[in-house]
Design a protein around this ligand. Structure first.
Ligand code: BEZ
Length: 219
């Protein structure tokens, strides 16, 4: 569990791709949640600076509108901020009334930022103790497979979150690679076979390291 470690951790504690996502349990808008209960499916854990702020509101509306897209990819969403559970409830009610969309994924309350600090979600030099827009893509084994960090004044792209998830899922069976701007259904690249025989026997100059392979599809 996070607690003991997190109390020692500096802001932006160095979680890396390949690390097991630190476990925690917390109160959320859908009841108590424990990160390890999500083993067996993909999870996007993301922080936002504050409830009742303009950019965050657009992000939550966009994510709630795309809920079925994440569901199709067997990926759960979990949000987190320093705000209290009752603030989350009031904000979700406002979003429902104003934008006609219900945010049904859990929003965790992290009033002491014990989780936010353990995940490096708190900007180290920020006078404001709020989380920045950090996003962790966690695989069904609980391993961090990708992460992004945006500032408070720039909202994330839901299509890019879905594309990243598609790419992570497509390369999962290996040994294939997702090229720049790859989208579902497009060709993946083969993992280069690094041997001198392959290099010398390749027809074209780049053929030994640049080869298209099967089209990525949803599993
Ligand atoms: C926003 O979500 O609009 C926001 C949050 C914190 C600081 C600045 C903007």
């Amino acid at each position: 569990m996070i607690k003991a470690d997190a109390e020692r951790a500096a802001p932006c504690a160095g979680l890396r791709i390949g690390d097991v996502a630190p476990d925690f349990s917390a109160r959320s808008t859908t009841g108590d949640v424990r990160l390890s209960d999500y083993r067996g499916r993909w999870l996007i854990l993301f922080s936002h600076p504050a409830d009742f702020t303009p950019v965050c509101t657009t992000e939550f509306v966009a994510l709630a509108q795309a809920a079925s897209e994440f569901e199709q990819r067997d990926c759960a969403l979990m949000a987190l901020s320093v705000d209290s559970l009752f603030s989350h409830f009031a904000w979700l009610r406002l979003i429902r009334d104003r934008y006609d969309i219900e945010v049904r994924f859990p929003i965790v309350e992290d009033p002491t930022l014990v989780i936010g600090r353990a995940y490096g979600m708190v900007a180290p030099n920020d006078s404001d103790s709020a989380t920045v827009r950090t996003t962790f893509f966690i695989d069904p084994q609980g391993v961090i497979r990708a992460m992004t960090c945006y500032p408070a004044n720039v909202g994330r792209s839901t299509p890019e979150m879905l594309r990243t998830l598609d790419a992570l899922q497509a390369v999962d069976g290996g040994p294939v690679l997702a090229p720049a701007n790859w989208a579902l259904g497009e060709a993946l690249l083969a993992q280069p076979d690094a041997s001198l025989d392959t290099v010398f026997s390749a027809k074209g100059q780049a053929d030994w390291f640049m080869k298209e392979t099967k089209r990525g599809s949803r599993k």
